[in-house]
Write a protein that binds this ligand. Sequence first.
Ligand SMILES: NC(=O)c1ccc[n+]([C@@H]2O[C@H](COP(=O)([O-])OP(=O)(O)OC[C@H]3O[C@@H](n4cnc5c(N)ncnc54)[C@H](OP(=O)(O)O)[C@@H]3O)[C@@H](O)[C@H]2O)c1
Length: 219
Amino acid sequence: MNIAISGASGKTGFRIAEEAVKKGLKVRQIIRKNSVVGAGLENIETIRVSLDNKKELDKSLENIDTLVIATGARASLDLTGPAKVDALGVYRQLQSCKRVGVKRVILVSSLCTGKLFHPLNLFGLILIWKKIGENYIRNSSLDWTIIRPGGLKESEDIKLERIEYSKEDTQIKGSIPRRLVAKCCIDSLNNKESINKIIEVTSSPDNKKISFKKAMQMI
Ligand SMILES: NC(=O)c1ccc[n+]([C@@H]2O[C@H](COP(=O)([O-])OP(=O)(O)OC[C@H]3O[C@@H](n4cnc5c(N)ncnc54)[C@H](OP(=O)(O)O)[C@@H]3O)[C@@H](O)[C@H]2O)c1
């Protein structure tokens, strides 16, 4: 399977790329012109694009079976970032998928997407724009999965962490290491029951251990 990861220079994106490589998938990183490639991933196929350049985007998705979208506006003083990246950027990637025939798409979104009264919205109403991005995917004809993580953690200490999986709009707090989010993306690639589902994920050592497969049967 050929998989492309957009936003592969990000803290979740590079872990998704790493997990995909570990599974033996053929990986293509799609990043910006000035993005810094993750350490250790210098040798995998890398295409640099601007999300608002149709031609570049289409070329970057040629011969790809699945796109994982891990782009997200980086916190900055530019409050238009979330509209540009989390809504319009997602829309453009989906349009490109349709033009070139990519059938499967997985989006890393966020818990609380769509909520108006939330402190995260101080950054350009990000949760509203993320919901709009999600809706583009839900209304597309593609096989989609939306992963909504809680607060993202850099910790790689995941041995004791157990994921709580739930359906949309059921969790409002909690956190999860980015490594586990990356693994969820790869798990959902390999599990047809995750198609057309929104999956909310947080983790804690206090949760009961459950496989991704079992969780998908319950959501
Ligand atoms: N932080 C949290 O606690 C949290 C919680 C839940 C969900 N999320 C969401 O989870 C996702 C991953 O988060 P993260 O913290 O791992 O991300 P991150 O490290 O901030 O990485 C963001 C990625 O998006 C790319 N990007 C940003 N603006 C872009 C643009 N205009 N055009 C193309 N690419 C662009 C970045 O490229 P460059 O490397 O070139 O900047 C980078 O690859 C994001 O959507 C985030 O909103 C975050």
